[in-house]
Design a protein around this ligand. Structure first.
Ligand code: ADE
Length: 419
């Protein structure tokens, strides 16, 4: 059976359309293209099975292809029901990658696809949000027989990994890709900052200038979302639970207040916390008629949908990806993309050049784990600094930006304790 026959996807006929999307992305991914030149010759992953669970859109498909080009047998599933693009799945399935994914699957299908992706007993994994790792460590430990280790993409996934490690239950090493400088400074901040507004704006077609935007959470993603809201001409309010982040938001020029107070001011509310119920039934009664709610955190748990449903008299889809909830007093509250990651469920995810850096990190970290898993053991490790720096250097070279080098005198000065 070839990969197209093995795959479970919506429609293989969509492959040419998916290929066009991938070609566009590939043209703008110089870091991956540079890695390909070496890996396609050396094929360091020959004989290895790699299972990937990521948002299945064009940039991710370019990563899967690169890992295939490095010699691996690649299987992939989606990491969010609304972020999978069926045409991209078809393109990948027709080119040697086994795909188990469809747009908007049922919860049972999601579980089935995750399980199928692991049933070939992979050597290495790339996870997003910890779905593969948690299935392996809870219900299907039998499928981790061959696993050497893997990489995790997100803050949410790393929290789960660290909890497993703390309990002494983590069974293989995982690299915390999200914690690399070349990841969070660019992907989380500029990637999320741009893609969240891209998703919101293409979905609503409304003006942001002059509106009040409430950004819930001021981590690296929240910083990006707030910065771009300001650039679009909004008044920005930040809500936080962390005193240092709150002080930073204040000095960055944003109003800072509790969400219970911000609830009455916002035209847009955007959650970027990684935590649950940060907007809930205590806040809806104070919101303005027409308030728009969007989530940019990994899971659809940040905006409490049950409370919204319970406090409304009716709801309906009024435009693609916009659900209108009519509240008991007649106010209308709009939820985008059903509270799922708005940048991926209502857009195409982060800009290509940003994911090029992130996926450059993923590739190099996967190779690192493949070579070093024995000496690392079952721990969550940071991205080695040389890999982090290498990705930034490849990116700078690709965009034609040059930097200076320390002189010997400067290096000695830096390394010495004598002045
Ligand atoms: N495209 C693929 N993976 C993504 C991610 N984690 N965030 C945004 N865009 C993406």
């Amino acid at each position: 059976m070839n990969s197209a026959e093995r795959s479970i996807i919506q429609d293989i006929q969509l492959a040419p359309q998916g290929r066009l999307k991938m070609n566009w992305a590939k043209k703008h991914m110089p870091v991956l293209n540079r890695l390909r030149e070496k890996l396609i010759v050396e094929k360091p992953l020959t004989g290895k099975k790699v299972t990937i669970c990521l948002h299945l859109e064009a940039k991710t498909a370019c990563l899967a292809e690169l890992i295939r080009d490095a010699g691996a047998e690649v299987t992939i599933c989606g990491s969010n029901p609304l972020s999978t693009q069926d045409d991209v799945c078809a393109a990948l399935a027709s080119e040697g990658v086994t795909v188990y994914a469809k747009y908007n699957p049922t919860p049972d299908e999601i579980k089935y696809y995750l399980t199928l992706s692991l049933e070939n007993l992979p050597d290495l994994i790339i996870d997003d949000g910890g779905d593969l790792v948690s299935l392996l460590h809870s219900e299907r430990p039998d499928l981790m027989r061959n696993i050497k280790g893997g990489c995790e993409e997100t803050t949410t996934g790393i929290l789960r990994l660290r909890a497993l490690e703390k309990n002494g239950e983590l069974r293989f090493p995982m690299v915390a890709v999200n914690e690399a400088f070349s990841k969070f400074l660019f992907d989380n901040r500029y990637g999320t900052g741009q893609s969240v507004w891209d998703g919101i704006n293409r979905t609503t077609n409304l003006v942001v200038a002059g509106k009040t935007v409430v950004v819930v959470g001021y981590g690296w993603c929240g910083r990006g979302v707030a910065l771009r809201a300001k650039g679009l001409g909004a008044r920005v309010i930040v809500t936080e639970v962390d005193a240092i982040n709150a002080a930073e938001a204040h000095m960055d020029g944003f109003s800072v207040m509790p969400i219970a107070e911000a609830a009455k001011y916002g035209d847009y509310f955007i959650t970027v916390t990684g935590n649950k119920n940060v907007i809930n039934g205590a806040h809806y009664p104070y919101m303005k008629d027409g308030a728009i709610l969007a989530n940019a955190g990994h899971f659809d748990i940040e905006i409490n949908k049950e409370d919204l449903l319970a406090q409304s008299t009716s709801h309906q889809l009024v435009r693609n990806n916009i659900t209108e909830y009519v509240m008991e007093d007649g106010r209308r509250i709009y939820l985008l993309a059903d509270g799922r990651l708005v940048n991926l469920a209502a857009g195409d995810g982060h800009p290509v050049e940003i994911m090029d850096m992130t996926f450059g990190l993923q590739t190099l970290c996967l190779l690192y784990i493949s070579e070093n898993y024995r000496k690392i053991g079952p721990h969550v490790i940071d991205v080695p600094y040389q890999i982090d720096e290498q990705v930034a250097r490849y990116h700078l070279e690709a965009i034609g930006v040059h930097i200076d080098t320390l002189t010997n005198e400067q290096r000695k000065y830096q390394e010495s304790w004598r002045l």
